[in-house]
Write a protein that binds this ligand. Structure first.
Ligand SMILES: [Zn+2]
Length: 386
């Protein structure tokens, strides 16, 4: 995600936070540390003031809340990895967290298990914090001298928040976790992922509408500023539902065709020993291809594109040769002609590439990129609507 940076790596997954995350962190620390906690900590004071204790407690509670969201996303990711689907990264942002799973599950059982794990983790966390809250309260009743109030506040709030997180995510609207569970069940019954997604998406949009109505009612009749929050979440959900549906349609359409049917067979070959200067003037400028195969006439050594040239300062073009700058064969993701276009799209996004070479028996036979996939999808749409 743009505007985000990495903070950790867990189970081989990059964990990053989006800039919008800091807004919500700040708001949360502010409202907890300066209003909520002072009121609870000093109930007998007329004007409860924030102090070091209340602000520290606000910071610790907010960070534990984000840790809870992260634990929720990590459980989805763990199950995805168990089911053989790689997870690229987890990003925390203003509305919570999102785990970028490389591919949509190809079986309802996988979808069900991956989707249910997050809410299960949140329920478990709610239970643990709830039990701690109860236990602390019992101890406090036995010994009033113990200063347990801050810990009671912290555990109580985290139990509530994790419970709310589980409940909201279990709402049966795609692409919320509950909506994915719902889609998995429909998918297993109907044996048609597109129809299942369409129904679950409608449910997601219905939930978004209910949220907008509820938020609007809170804001307009109760003058609750929180109403705006519900409306924002609803818009986010509405968008995500439509996007999720389109993704499914794209993937299902691409599942019916093979790489060999869509790839371009024109392969422009560049010798490894020519300079970057001649690569630019003789190949990049006069030809249309984006990716060139580097070959000594026998085997594919790597690929080179405009991006590689851009990385080299212009005054070094004469001194560097193609072999020094290309992506070598060993680091190259390659496609096979028999793979489905859906699998190719997954590999393209995992490799972060615009185009990948198609290799058969060690020989380069063509290229397939986003350009070809988009062209094919547009053609499908055109043919269907005419
Ligand atoms: Zn989830």
């Amino acid at each position: 995600m743009r505007g985000s940076f990495r903070i950790a790596r867990i189970m081989g997954i990059d964990i990053s936070v989006d800039l919008s995350w800091f807004i919500i962190l700040f708001l949360m620390v502010y409202s907890l540390g300066f209003f909520e906690f002072p009121r609870e900590l000093y109930p007998r004071t007329f004007f409860p003031r924030a102090d070091v204790l209340s602000v520290t407690l606000g910071i610790v509670t907010s960070l534990l809340l984000f840790a809870s969201v992260l634990a929720h996303e990590l459980s989805h990711s763990w199950m995805a990895i168990q089911r053989g689907i790689p997870v690229m990264n987890i990003t925390l942002f203003i509305f919570g967290g999102v785990a970028q799973i490389a591919d949509e599950p190809d079986r309802p059982a996988s979808e069900f298990l991956i989707a249910i794990m997050g809410p299960l983790m949140s329920v478990a966390l709610a239970a643990v914090f709830g039990a701690a809250w109860l236990w602390l309260q019992i101890i406090e009743n036995f010994n009033f001298a113990l200063p347990l109030t801050p810990l009671i506040l912290l555990t109580g709030l985290l139990a509530q928040a994790n419970g709310a997180l589980a409940l909201f995510n279990l709402a049966p609207g795609f692409p919320l976790d509950g909506g994915r569970v719902f889609r998995a069940i429909l998918w297993a019954i109907l044996r048609d992922v597109r129809r299942a997604t369409r129904i679950a998406t409608r449910a997601g949009q219905l939930i978004a509408l209910i949220l907008i109505g509820f938020g609007g009612w809170l804001f307009l009749t109760e003058f609750e500023i929180n109403g705006i929050w519900y409306i924002l979440i609803a818009f986010f959900l509405w968008n995500a539902a439509g996007q999720g549906y389109r993704q499914t349609v794209v993937r299902e359409t691409l599942r019916d065709v093979r790489v060999a049917q869509l790839m371009t067979r024109e392969v422009q070959v560049v010798a490894p020993d020519i300079s970057m200067a001649s690569f630019v003037t003789e190949y990049l400028i006069p030809r249309r291809e984006q990716t060139f195969a580097v070959s000594d006439g026998r085997a594919l050594l790597g690929t080179i594109t405009l991006n590689h040239a851009q990385r080299v300062p212009r005054d070094r073009w004469a001194a560097r040769c193609v072999r020094d700058e290309m992506t070598p064969r060993a680091r190259l993701s390659v496609l096979e002609p028999q793979q489905t276009a859906a699998a190719a799209l997954g590999l393209l996004s995992r490799a972060g590439a615009d185009e990948l070479p198609v290799v058969e028996d060690g020989q380069l036979v063509g290229f397939l990129g986003r350009r070809e996939l988009t062209r094919f999808l547009n053609l499908k749409i055109e043919l269907k609507t005419r």
